[in-house]
Write a protein that binds this ligand. Sequence first.
Ligand code: NCD
Ligand code: ZN
Length: 350
Amino acid sequence: MTDAPISRLTIRRPDDWHLHLRDAEMLKGVLPHTAAHFGRAIIMPNLVPPVVTATQASYYRDRIMAALPDGMSFTPLMTLYLTEETDPADVERAHADGIATAVKLYPAGATTNSNSGVRDFDRVRPVLDKMAEIGMPLCVHGEVTDPAVDIFDREAVFIDKVLKPIRKKNPDLRVVMEHVTTQDAVDYVRDHRKNLGATITTHHLIINRNNILAGGIRPHYYCLPVAKREQHRVALVQAAVSGDPRFFLGTDSAPHTDPNKLQACGCAGVFSSINTMSCLAEVFDVAGKLKNLEQFASLSGPKFYNLPPNEDTITLVRGDVVTYPDTIQTGEGPVTVFDPGFPLHWHVED
Ligand code: NCD
Ligand code: ZN
């Protein structure tokens, strides 16, 4: 059964449960685009240097609020970057004082600015134990970094080699598998109900690896985890539109300037905060599941994080083709906007 065609949809204001805002000029350039549509976002801590301690997270939150244009409202939910030196007492304080909402686990070397991440998972056991005790979620970049493992297999191998052992030793730890890209991850989350959720990005619902590599290399579609084959994209769409509350939106909007993307060794990351809601509405509409867009973008995330959904709403209206810039200008340079490769018709009403 699919929905009858509708052309107007009012939903609770969405949140973004995985977002890179960066700092300084880039922060100023991208933040208004997120704040235009989203009420809150889980802010990734992979700055240079990373946001490791409660104090650093508190200062970073201040810088975000200072960069928010007058008249806009937005709540950044901060994360701490987990290192092998992280002090469980500092994490506990950050949680108790409302400074940090979650802790982020990057396997060392997995992605942009992850060199201070975790190499030996036993060394972070005391932090994970403390988090399980206080109910603080762990956001996980789920890819192994072993160069011997093929990049397209790194998520599936991570589930077996890292995630399962962590969850076995810490069954009470609440874990978000971030930006899942495979059928394997979808199945794992679906089959393991307790204390497990997953975010799905906008771009992984839309592109597969052919979009990156077939007919010429397209650096603006290169992100981590890298998009997989079509069968996996279809599994992600099914999970997102299903209404299953364990799958929720985390755009992983990750701005890099064009010169940093367009070079012999280009950065990983897709910038999608501007047109994410229009893209998602299109995906859910095509799947005949617009009625579940609110669940995915506005309800399931707060439910996982034990927060109330936003009180206010946004309205999406179907009309003429949506226009958005190819590129935004920031004080650090131009940033290319995610191109879904098809026209968008769902406007977010002002
Ligand atoms: C992110 C970034 O640029 O910070 N890049 C990406 O491709 N998603 C890091 C990350 O979330 O892996
Ligand atoms: Zn990310």
